[in-house]
Design a binder for this molecule. Structure first.
Ligand code: BGC
Length: 753
């Protein structure tokens, strides 16, 4: 099998296939390949992980990161990349990923993952973008567009509500529809609409009791019917429960191969009349289209490893979030001489990606220690002490003593701390949000020996900093930086790059402040999303809780001024569009990028709404002194909420606040806008209340007419008693003594209007 151009006539092939052949196409041929149909020249194509690099296994196949894979560029996983808030960068990485897939004859890269970071403890948060669906959706759509611009497919995963690793193959996420629509499906929706991924991967878990792999509402009605998805739905590896039910629900392809078991079940169900042949045809057609799509491309001999490494370095630097920088201790002065102590095993042995199916075999790895030594050669001394063992929770007295000695003899101590690999991985969730005690013990001792401590973190999901950050003068969140993470960090530490990363997830003061507490990871195969819409900053804002670092936060080596906010209604009505523009000036002495964030708030609403929600953002690079007008647009969804009663998005007319800031807690300019909105009302039904009837003139008239002539009934119109009854369903009223209309009259009225 080679990556050669094949032009398949899908229609002719589909017509020539037997039912058995069609059913066989709905199963993989092994771990990573789809079935081909040799007699009709249909090749078997390869799909493989993803997402932040290619993990193509050459020999022993598995999906949990055990077997080795071909060398590929390891870009920063999504947790880091999201912190860049830079979709253009994400798109370039997508293009590079696409080229690597092509050079390796891979048809589909299994990613990106856009599940929400509901709990900071989710073991796979490093693979996900954010606690905010807009940021996650925009970044992931850019990756998908990048990969697919190279005629390589993507697999948007894990659809849906796969927000934990604990019991992930069975657990039922119990989530109300509004929360699903506004939070947990929103990023998927954006990516589908903006980038049409070739495939969507359904998740393992159940949603409100139904396996995602069997959920017709999810896989067909919403995904295809509402969002217009054109591609193929593939199971997560092993997510199939009942194969025939899955096909009818819209799950086209089972992966990995079930060894024919799935095909047999499909054929039996067709024979028994419980699965229609049309469903099989439709799914087989989609598999064929995917194969056809991926073979209509010219082969790529090789990819440029050096260029991709350079891109990985740029992305690593862009992912770094400077959380704090007292008295401008960073960037380090490269010319002043003296000694820089580098402490922490992570500086020498970087942790740059997470474990599990996404684990890439990098083309090379750069450590921060080596890069610092190279960059500071001849300028400043660099000393090193490991300080702790990579996977150890226990302090090693000899390592600590050496670290203290090295720190005491230096002018500044860069302390590289982070989560050991065993703390965060696909397959299990973290037990707590703390760094290992041995590392915190080391930090306290190093800080006692040297007042100039800079802590550099390596972690794929937020860690608590509130208990120890006072020991550091600067705090640098490096996330998991990919194979060039060390170099990217050093670019920021030494000021070659002014930090421009912003938090894509809140760093709370305490884990106990997290909204999912008590409802994560659930019990007895159920996890209740009791916090509803209030995940991440939506919760911390609603509860007015202090946080260590808010969503959207990140410092720069320069400073920015915001001015002249204007907010104009471009289009009003049920689908409004609002133009937001402001002036941003770089008021410092260095070039740097600012991330302008636009939040929208609906202070007076008929339903509960989060205090503010991110609705647009833009990253602007500015030279010292440079001023730029930043223009953003807010569409209807920026103002809408999901109304389960009308099964749709509703913009409620009235005043909205537009808040523009440098983080969710650093709002710098505000303006308000008045929108007409839509007059969406839940249609009256048999359980509508007295009050709901009163709100619809025609229904109010009918009701008044029914009550006329009855002394009790007349006391209900426009009186205190009537007010008390506003929440009583009209149907109940029909049974009251002295009321002359019946439930049947009510039904007739509702039917005839
Ligand atoms: C993971 C997916 C991955 C698949 C194939 C599953 O265990 O959940 O993200 O793409 O394996 O390796």
């Amino acid at each position: 099998m080679t990556d050669t151009y094949v032009d398949l006539d899908e229609r002719a092939i589909l017509a020539a296939l037997t039912l058995e052949e069609k059913a066989s196409l709905l199963d993989g041929s092994d771990f990573w390949h789809l079935q081909g149909i040799e007699r009709l020249g249909v090749p078997s194509v390869m799909v493989t992980d993803g997402p932040h690099g290619l993990r193509k296994q050459a020999d022993e196949a598995d999906h949990v990161g055990l077997g080795n894979s071909v060398p590929a560029t390891c870009f920063p996983p999504a947790a880091g990349l999201a912190s860049s808030w830079d979709p253009a960068l994400a798109q370039r990485i997508g293009q590079a990923l696409g080229d690597e897939c092509r050079a390796n004859d891979v048809a589909v890269l299994l990613g990106p993952g856009v599940n929400m970071k509901r709990s900071p403890l989710c073991g796979r948060n490093f693979e996900y973008f954010s606690e905010d669906p807009l940021l996650a959706g925009v970044m992931a759509a850019a990756v998908v567009n990048g990969v697919q611009s190279r005629q390589v497919g993507t697999s948007l995963k894990h659809f849906a509500a796969n927000n934990q690793e604990d019991d992930r193959l069975r657990v039922s996420a119990e989530v109300d529809e509004r929360t699903l629509r506004e939070i947990y499906l929103a990023a998927f929706e954006r990516v589908v609409k903006e980038a049409q991924p070739w495939t969507v991967m359904c998740s393992y878990n159940r949603i409100n009791g139904t396996y995602a792999s069997e959920d017709r509402w999810l896989l067909t009605e919403v995904l295809r019917g509402e969002w217009g998805f054109q591609g193929l739905v593939v199971s997560d590896w092993g997510a199939v429960n009942r194969r025939d039910v899955g096909v009818a629900a819209g799950l086209d392809l089972e992966m990995p191969s079930s060894g024919g078991a799935g095909t047999k079940l499909i054929l039996e169900a067709v024979a028994a009349g419980t699965l229609s042949e049309t469903d099989v045809d439709r799914a087989a057609g989609r598999v064929l289209s995917l194969i056809a799509q991926s073979t209509k491309r010219q082969p790529l001999e090789a990819f440029d490893t050096a260029a991709h490494h350079a891109l990985a370095r740029e992305a690593a630097a862009a992912s770094v979030v400077l959380l704090r920088n007292d008295d401008g201790i960073l960037p380090l002065d490269t010319e002043q001489g003296g000694t820089v102590a580098v402490i922490g095993e992570f500086a020498r042995t970087p942790r740059y990606q997470g474990a599990g199916s996404s684990q890439v075999n990098p083309t090379r790895v750069e450590s921060a220690l080596d890069c610092l030594r190279a960059e500071l050669d001849g300028k400043r001394q660099v000393s090193f002490a490991a300080g702790f063992e990579l996977d150890g929770d226990q302090s090693d007295p000899a390592l600590v003593a050496e670290a203290i000695r090295v720190a005491a003899a230096a002018d500044v101590a860069l302390v590289f701390l982070g989560l050991p690999a065993s703390y965060e991985s696909e397959g299990w969730d973290r037990e707590h949000m703390n760094l290992p005690a041995a590392q915190l013990d080391l930090l306290a001792k190093v800080a006692a020996a040297n007042p100039n401590v800079v802590v550099v973190l390596a972690n794929g999901s937020a860690v608590l900093v509130s208990g120890w950050e006072h020991q550091a003068r600067a705090l640098v969140e490096g996330w998991l930086g990919g194979q060039a993470g060390g170099a990217g960090l050093v670019d920021v530490l030494l000021g070659k790059v002014s930090p421009a990363g912003r938090l894509a997830e809140t760093i709370p003061v305490a884990y106990e402040h997290n909204p999912a507490l008590g409802n994560f990871p659930g019990d007895n195969q159920k996890v209740y999303y009791g916090e509803g819409l209030l995940i991440g900053y939506r919760w911390y804002d609603a509860r007015q809780l202090p946080v260590s670092y808010p969503f959207g936060h990140g410092l720069s080596y320069t400073s920015f001024d915001y001015a002249d906010l204007t907010v104009d209604v471009v289009e009003d009505g049920p689908e409004p569009r609002v133009a937001v523009s402001l002036t941003v000036t770089n008021t410092g002495a260095r070039a740097g990028a600012e991330v302008v964030q636009v939040y929208v708030s609906d202070p007076v609403a008929s339903v509960h709404r989060p205090t503010q929600e991110l609705r647009a953002f833009a990253k602007v690079m500015l030279e010292p002194g440079e001023t730029r007008r930043v223009e953003l647009e807010l569409d209807d969804r920026a103002f809408a909420y999901w109304h389960p009663g009308v099964s749709g998005w509703v913009v409620e007319g009235g005043e909205f606040q537009v808040l523009v800031g440098a983080s969710s807690r650093h709002i710098r300019l505000t303006a308000s806008v008045i929108l007409a909105g839509s007059d969406a009302r839940v249609p009256l039904h048999i359980d509508s209340t007295f009050g709901e009837f009163q709100a619809v003139p025609e229904a109010a008239d009918w009701l008044t007419a029914q009550l006329e002539g009855s002394p009790f009934g007349e006391r209900l119109v426009g009186t205190e008693l009537g007010r008390m009854l506003l929440t009583v369903p009209v149907r109940r009223l029909a049974r009251f003594p002295g009321i002359s209309f019946t439930e049947a009259d009510l039904e007739t009225f509702l039917l005839e209007r």
